[in-house]
Design a protein around this ligand. Structure first.
Ligand SMILES: [Mn+2]
Length: 264
């Protein structure tokens, strides 16, 4: 199956597998525009064959349509402290390219993409010479904004999910509601100040920023665990698996917004 997409005002027909690269392409501009292009060569670029625009499509990036799975968004966020670009595809395969400058956070976001099946392209440059706080928080803000935007009016989503995520001796429970009402309960204690290069107190900052900006009610509770790497990882993987369920289209409700209010 292929779809019509529009990049820089030109329409192209591309395969579904290429969709995960669309947001990246919209800011790269073209396959030639950047040395970091995701394609091995021009021949691999999906944007080879311009076609006449179709009346039904293309969709604007960031305008989700459940019917043709265009639940994508791009966020660029620049402050005096950080500069962040996020491109996601909720209906991806879990592919990611993550570069925040914080090694352990990259590891967590890579796992978040892989286990949520959300394609993520995240790059951040921040004032790491101060500390990691601004960058960790702002990546959470930008990714939360991206998820909220890609979900659009939330039509058809499952909305609720909860699960227990074990990682060796650690067990974390995650429950979430993509409610439009941001709320975080974060009961996760660490016994060390740092895991890898990341301050453990920044995990709560990241989850707080993500939940507030994604507009979701999010409960994360580590029930037990010893190893701080495992505890953090079980929280991110738990979020990933819960997100995967909650953003999935509910086949019994796919044309409706899952709220008695008709609005989420
Ligand atoms: Mn790990």
């Amino acid at each position: 199956m292929s779809v019509i997409v529009q990049v820089n005002g030109v329409s192209y027909r591309v395969g579904r597998k290429s969709l995960s690269y669309l947001n990246r392409l919209t800011y790269l501009g073209s396959c030639r525009a950047n040395a970091n292009r995701p394609f091995a060569s021009r021949a691999h670029c999906p944007l080879q064959n311009p076609v006449k625009p179709d009346k039904q499509s293309p969709q604007r990036s960031g305008t989700p349509r459940i019917g043709n799975k265009m639940r994508t968004s791009t966020i660029s966020r620049k402050t005096g402290e950080t500069s962040i670009k996020v491109a996601i595809d909720l209906d991806g395969t879990g592919a990611s390219r993550i570069a925040t400058g914080i090694g352990f956070l990259d590891h967590m976001l890579d796992l978040l993409a892989r286990h949520s099946l959300i394609d993520m392209d995240i790059s951040a440059t921040g004032d790491l010479e101060v500390d990691f706080h601004h960058t960790a928080e702002d990546v959470g803000i930008a990714l939360g904004q991206a998820v909220r935007e890609a979900l659009g009016d939330k039509r058809g989503i499952t909305r609720y999910a909860s699960l227990h995520l074990p990682m060796d001796e650690a067990l974390t429970r995650v429950a979430l509601d993509i409610s439009g009402r941001p709320f975080l309960v974060f009961r996760v204690a660490f016994s060390r100040d740092k895991v890898g290069d990341m301050d453990t107190e920044l995990f709560q900052e990241w989850f707080q920023a993500f939940a507030m900006n994604a507009g979701m009610t999010l409960h994360v509770e580590n029930l037990y665990g010893e190893n701080n790497h495992h505890i953090a990882e079980s929280a991110f993987k738990g979020l990933a698996r819960a997100l995967r369920q909650a953003i999935a289209i509910d086949p019994g409700n796919k044309d409706r917004i899952p709220s008695s209010k008709g609005l989420l």
